[in-house]
Design a protein around this ligand. Structure first.
Ligand code: LMR
Length: 398
């Protein structure tokens, strides 16, 4: 019956993480998957999350199906986190938010929604983008193309080329944008660049789709919502998928959301209905537990303040690791510029290492990076940063 089924080639990120788990070498270093590890190399359990979980469990109660769109308290808390309390789009009920199974399911539900209601629209993703974006949108039946983004020569952004490509797109083309902490490059737009881009998006009647998976990892919770709020302020209609995997260290709880900002409340109600349709025919409704932990952290003032401090500490540790790896590499490899470790933001840095160099790092030194050359800086710590830099220097031929 299943003889014709081909083997799965594996996912470039998740399969690598599985290979890392199987690697018997005790000195192995995991800089592959986008997970924040603490200085001891462990995935932290945030105190705010632990207390919220205790409160959720203490409440007990039955476990009915959630509504298709998720828990009302979670959805309201997410909208406030994205837009700020009492924001006009919330007050006028023109944002449709669903709780999703991680932001991945949010992205996919949004893709299904677009495939059904914008069937002629192609999706444009940055070159490069998160490995799964293309796959997800193509899986929903949409055509996917890439716009220029990363400039390998400067380690920065090809902003003019990006604008030139986007300005030639037909109206209603979907433009996928990383709201902050671009995955995989760590290269973000400046605020001035966002302003210019937003003018173009509006003039060309393009449909922005924001992916906000790292809120709080660049500058702070409010600051990292800048793009979301700037698009809303400009009066654009757009989609935004957001995640709590990294910001609350609740990866396996699969907590995320999809919000669609619409021109008015009547359209938002219909959009919400169509998102529900997409969810129902897919996974029916989201799970309770993780979403209630997130909602508790977001809405309990003491836990919220604690979470913000814990998130700041994660962000600051990443910054310290960026400075450290920059310092060690600059000392070890003369004549090569590693400033990108300081300027790129969030968990990831694009190192410029070739796939062959990445393979050597893994095979000879047990240092795991994604083959694109993406390094998860949040996997570095005071115990492995020196060894990582030594290995990098070796494969770079220093
Ligand atoms: C990553 O990019 O490594 C993370 O977002 C994890 C994933 O699902 O790919």
């Amino acid at each position: 019956m299943f003889q014709h089924i081909p083997p799965y080639a594996g996912d470039p990120i998740l399969s690598l993480n599985e290979d890392f788990q199987k690697d018997p070498r005790p000195h192995k270093i995991n800089l592959s998957i986008g997970i924040y590890f603490d200085d001891a190399g462990r995935i932290p359990v945030l105190e705010s999350v632990r207390r919220a979980q205790d409160a959720v469990i203490a409440k007990g109660g039955p476990k009915p199906y959630l509504p298709i769109e998720g828990a009302a308290n979670f959805r309201a808390a997410v909208a406030e986190l994205l837009f700020g309390a009492r924001h006009e789009v919330i007050a006028t009920r023109r944002v449709a938010t669903i709780q999703s199974v991680g932001s991945s399911a949010g992205l996919r539900v949004g893709a299904d929604f677009l495939a059904r209601h914008f069937p002629k629209s192609a999706v444009w993703v940055s070159d490069p983008s998160w490995e799964n974006h293309r796959s997800m949108f193509e899986g929903a039946g949409l055509a996917v193309h890439a716009y220029p983004y990363y400039d390998a020569a400067s380690g920065g952004l090809k902003f003019d080329a990006m604008l030139a490509t986007l300005s030639g797109l037909p109206p209603r083309s979907v433009v996928l944008l990383h709201a902050c902490c671009h995955n995989p490059t760590g290269v973000d737009l400046t605020r001035a660049q966002w302003e210019r881009l937003i003018v173009l998006l509006r003039e060309r009647e393009l449909l922005p789709y924001l992916d906000l998976a790292y809120q709080g990892f660049a500058e702070g919770i409010e600051q990292d919502a800048y793009a979301v709020r700037a698009l809303a302020a400009a009066g654009l209609s757009f989609l935004v998928a957001n995640s709590f995997s990294k910001s609350m260290s609740v990866y396996g709880e699969r907590c995320g959301a999809l919000s669609v900002v619409c021109p008015d409340a009547a359209q938002a109600e219909n959009v919400l209905g169509q998102l529900k349709f997409a969810v129902r025919r897919n996974y029916s409704s989201p799970p309770i537990h993780g979403g209630q932990i997130v909602a508790t952290v977001l809405t309990d003032p003491a836990l919220r303040a604690l979470w913000e401090r814990e998130l700041s500490a994660m962000r600051e540790r990443i910054l310290a690791m960026r400075a450290q790896v920059h310092k060690v590499l600059t000392a070890k490899i003369a004549g090569r510029n590693f400033d990108y470790f300081l300027t790129q933001r969030g968990m990831f840095s694009y190192t410029g290492l070739s796939p062959t160099q990445v393979d050597r790092l893994r095979e000879q030194y047990a240092v795991y990076l994604v083959r694109s050359g993406r390094m998860c800086v949040a996997g570095l710590n005071t115990h492995n940063v020196e060894a990582t830099a030594v290995a990098m220097a070796a494969v770079l031929g220093a």
